[in-house]
Design a protein around this ligand. Structure first.
Ligand code: HEC
Ligand code: HEC
Length: 250
């Protein structure tokens, strides 16, 4: 949930909502989802999620462009059906059919757009080489003593995500990362059962959540070749079972 209510955020939100409602109604009568129709439908979303779904500059609204289609689709169902909580999105999605949402998810997934350079590491973390090494270790090795698998075992060696259901950990704002890991720990975000991310998030200490969010948000998204895209397949089976990746096909 987006809790901060700065005047700027409130203004963004109002603009977003008005644009959202206008485009949803404008798009309603169109039956076939051709590119024009989809671009029009997407205006319901880009008021908050940034131009073409590149993420909004306020540091919270997540990017949609280029994320796995099956993942995006399942998140839309999650907001509509109450597995994720953000009232404004839920109201927007409630009247929309699965087909409509599947088309929107595919539309955003297909947009391959450059990423903004990340913000620098916060000064305390920039000055703490041991903490940075700890973040890298958790991401690439996990902690066997706690049965904490490496994040990269599921999110890909470059952390750019893996098809069909695992999103990237790069290119996301720090506040958003903190909020998502926190929501899994407290149960306000749930993925399809078995919810592997709930297990992972609960095995992390609160200071590790903060560390990972700060470190990840400061990493550039690799841009060579198609490295910014989610990998087509992981080299090994995932270390825990994750419902999302099997339940929903795009
Ligand atoms: C009023 C602002 C607003 C509008 C309009 C909006 N969103 Fe969102 N959306 C958000 C916020 C905020 C979140 C993060 C919520 C959270 O904390 O879990 C989000 C999350 C998402 C996510 C999850 C992203 C991820 O990486 O897990 C998807 C997918 C999404 N929105 C798609 C859409 C689509 C498609 C539309 C248009 C039909 C839309 N949104 C309209 C604000 C909005
Ligand atoms: C066993 C596989 C697995 C492991 C290990 C794993 N993840 Fe995930 N992660 C997933 C899946 C699957 C999703 C999509 C969940 C859903 O459907 O909502 C996800 C989603 C996420 C998201 C939400 C991203 C967004 O755009 O909203 C974050 C943040 C995240 N993981 C962080 C981590 C971190 C940090 C670690 C390591 C400490 C980690 N994950 C380890 C499978 C995994």
């Amino acid at each position: 949930m987006h809790r901060r209510a700065s005047p700027r955020a409130a203004a963004l939100l109002t603009v977003g909502l008005l644009a959202a409602l206008a485009s949803l109604f404008a798009a309603r009568p169109a039956a076939a989802a051709d590119d024009d129709t989809l671009a029009r439908r997407a205006r319901a979303c880009t008021g908050c999620h940034g131009q073409q779904g590149r993420a909004a500059p306020d540091g919270y609204y997540p990017r949609l462009a280029g994320k796995p289609a099956a993942y995006l689709f399942d998140q839309l169902l999650a907001f509509r059906d109450g597995r994720r909580q953000y009232a404004l999105m839920t109201h927007l999605l409630e009247p929309l059919s699965d087909d409509y949402l599947r088309d929107l998810a595919a539309y955003f997934a297909a947009l391959k757009l450059p990423y903004e350079p990340p913000l620098p590491l916060p000064p305390d973390l920039a000055a703490d080489a041991a903490a940075q090494a700890r973040a890298r270790r958790l991401l690439t090795q996990g902690d066997a003593a706690r049965q904490l698998p490496a994040c990269s075992a599921c999110h890909g060696a470059e952390l750019t995500g893996a098809l069909p259901g695992v999103p990237a950990l790069l290119g996301l704002p720090r506040d958003y990362l903190n909020a998502q890991l926190g929501a899994w720990r407290t149960g306000t975000r749930a993925a399809r059962a078995p919810d592997c991310m709930a297990d992972v998030a609960r095995r992390l200490a609160p200071d590790e959540v903060a560390l990972l969010a700060a470190w990840l948000a400061a990493q550039p998204v690799p841009t060579t070749g198609s490295a910014a895209a989610p990998v087509a397949a992981l080299p090994q089976p995932m270390p825990l079972r994750c419902g999302t990746t099997v339940a929903v096909a795009p």
